[in-house]
Design a protein. Structure first.
Length: 294
């Protein structure tokens, strides 16, 4: 019996050391992923690894055990998890699919947070130009060079990149303008993305400079005055939006609105209330970085 006990103990050790090789594994939610999207990865590795190495398939990595990753680009992404204990590393791979959003979206990243902006298909010239510049990196490291609280935040002047303190800005841009695209359904409610321009009779837009409306409260009396002055009428939906969100209706039909902030309204307020100096330029540069979601 004693020999049998020894054999049984040895057998159990043999099974433990020569059994099935430990594997790394993880799960992801089963919902449909549409960019931009944050995906939570749940690590289900069966053995206690000392370290984990994730590759999310879009150039980003992590060493967290159960990471959260944000995808901003559509496509098939091969996710790789490597779990390591001592000198042993096991690997698992899984493909996840992220589809493109139905709307045209751009993220504007700042030190105060990120704004997500929808570009309108009703203004194709402005939409396509903005996307082109954003994808080229034209806007990266430019600043919001003109900020007026309760009005708007303006940026997109290429001369603002690394501009020394006190330099007057607002005249730079590419060597072209964009024809005005006034659309009856688009107005200057809070969060509206619109094109800046010089004083010109055709109201052509700057090739790169834009502003985002912060605005102030709006009353029916103000809207009635604008209608009389500009000879048009707001829809009930537009009136409701202005009364609820505020804006700058006196700019309607004067500057082209071509997009709308759909996430990050608090970022507009933070930038708009930053301390400014000469020319309404923030005393501390507010840089931007843009990313097209597709």
């Amino acid at each position: 019996m004693k020999k049998l006990f020894v054999f049984a103990t040895f057998a159990s050790v043999l099974m433990a050391s020569c059994g099935v090789k430990p594997t790394a594994s993880f799960t992801v939610p089963t919902q449909k992923f549409v960019a931009p999207v944050e995906v939570a990865f749940v690590n289900t590795t069966k053995f206690k690894a000392e370290s984990y190495a994730w590759d999310f398939g879009d150039g980003a990595t992590s060493t967290d055990a159960n990471p959260m990753h944000r995808y901003t680009q559509s496509g098939n992404h091969l996710v790789v998890l490597k779990a390591t204990k001592g000198n042993k590393t096991v690997t698992t791979k899984q493909m996840i699919q992220v589809t493109a959003p139905e709307r045209c979206l751009v993220e504007i990243e700042t030190d105060f947070g990120t704004m997500t902006v929808e570009l309108y298909n009703a203004t194709p010239k402005h939409r396509d130009n903005f996307i082109k510049l954003a994808e080229e990196g034209y806007y990266n490291d430019l600043i919001f060079h003109r900020v007026i609280n309760n009005f708007m935040i303006q940026g997109g002047d290429p001369d603002s990149r690394n501009a020394p303190a006190g330099k007057m800005l607002g005249m730079g841009g590419p060597n072209y303008q964009i024809p005005a695209e006034f659309v009856d359904t688009l107005c200057h409610i809070k969060g509206a993305l619109a094109a800046a321009r010089t004083s010109n009779p055709e109201k052509k837009s700057s090739g790169s400079q834009f502003y985002i409306v912060q605005g102030s409260s709006v009353t029916d009396i103000t809207l009635n005055q604008i209608e009389t002055m500009r000879n048009f009428h707001y829809t009930p939906e537009q009136r409701e939006a202005y009364l609820k969100m505020g804006g700058t209706p006196h700019l309607d039909r004067e500057y082209t609105v071509f997009g709308q902030v759909i996430k990050g309204f608090e970022v507009i307020d933070k930038i708009a209330t930053t301390e400014t100096g000469q020319g309404d330029r923030p005393k501390k540069d507010v840089k931007m970085k843009m990313r097209v979601i597709k």
